[in-house]
Design a protein around this ligand. Structure first.
Ligand SMILES: O=C(O)CCC(=O)C(=O)O
Ligand SMILES: [Fe+2]
Length: 309
């Protein structure tokens, strides 16, 4: 049976009617946990430059990339099979390789960069993409606060974005796969861990979502490419904050026999921030479903399990 395709909502970040935009965001997050963001202001040149440099990094020999291997602070290169997003997967790991870039100004945990000799424009290009996406993410978070009937600066005021914490993960999925990897995934089924994720892809298909995670059998639907749009999805900590009013939707990347590049920007709450049910999302009849948890504790545990350490 062919996989159905979805018509996810389109949210226009340039709209001056913030109340109407917040309303559309609320509907998208309640119904899908995924939407397209258009008119976000990150121009094609910035996105294309990011992909061009990302391509160059993944083209380096494995031995070169392994010199930049990610440590426990989550910055640097992750080879194929390093992570298994679906903890029930029978394969030795997901097919993707990746590269994490953390907060640019974080002096305690510096990023790793390829040498200027091998990739002279790399760092500058990635820092520029990171800053621009962070800016879009912050604007979106204030609209999400409005969508939750909160003050637009709510998440900044409670320290979730102070200082902002986000990881840009460049991803590369192989085209051809070996016999033993038949049935394996580029990225196996998972939901993201943080507040929101802002994703761009090179247009090669593969991303699918499953809206009802508890339904059996699961129904997976293709997320079509929309030129120029970012794909935004809600993460698990936002789902906890909203007492499941907003959905953190299960998704995966299937192997389509074609090489694929994407870049996921994970906006996560500052590690010191305590995530607990928002007042606007609980009532006597709908009490909090999760106990309060420190963002850093939650995220470290999720990372640890997916990387098997
Ligand atoms: O590459 C994609 O389209 C999705 C990646 C993803 O879901 C992730 O890295 O969390
Ligand atoms: Fe994801």
């Amino acid at each position: 049976m062919a996989t159905p395709s979805l018509n996810l909502p389109l949210i226009d970040l340039s709209s001056t009617d913030r109340a109407a935009t917040a309303k559309s965001i609320r509907q998208a997050c309640v119904e899908h946990g995924f939407f397209y963001l258009i008119n976000h202001g990150i121009n094609d040149f910035v996105v294309n430059s990011m992909f061009r440099e990302s391509n160059k990094l993944f083209d380096l020999p494995l031995s070169e990339k392994m010199k930049l291997e990610k440590g426990k602070t989550n910055r640097g290169y992750t080879p194929p099979y390093a992570q298994t997003l679906d903890l029930s997967s029978k394969f030795k790991g997901d097919l993707k390789e990746g590269f994490y870039i953390g907060p640019i100004k974080d002096r305690n945990s510096p990023n790793q960069w390829p040498s200027k000799e091998s990739l002279p424009a790399w760092r500058e290009t990635m820092e520029s993409y990171y800053e621009k996406t962070m800016n879009v993410g912050s604007r979106l978070i204030s609209l999400i606060a409005l969508a939750l009937n909160l003050d637009e600066n709510y998440f900044t005021k409670i320290g979730a974005l102070d200082p902002p914490k986000a990881f840009l993960r460049l991803l590369h999925y192989p085209g051809e796969i070996s016999e033993s990897d038949k049935g394996n995934y580029g990225a196996s089924a998972h939901s993201d861990y943080g507040m929101i994720t802002l994703l761009v892809t090179d247009g090669v298909p593969g991303l699918q979502i499953c809206r009802e995670k508890d339904r059996y059998p699961q129904l997976w639907e293709d997320v079509p490419h929309v030129e120029g749009a970012l794909i935004v999805n809600i993460g698990d900590l936002m789902e906890r904050w909203t007492n499941c009013t907003f959905r953190s939707t299960l998704h995966r990347v299937v192997a389509v026999g074609k090489e694929r590049y994407s870049a996921a920007f994970f906006l996560v709450p500052n590690y010191e921030c305590v995530v607990e049910c928002l007042e606007s999302c609980c009532s006597e009849t709908s009490p909090p479903r999760f106990p309060p948890i420190k963002s850093g504790d939650y995220l470290m545990e999720r990372f640890r399990r997916s990387y098997g350490y």
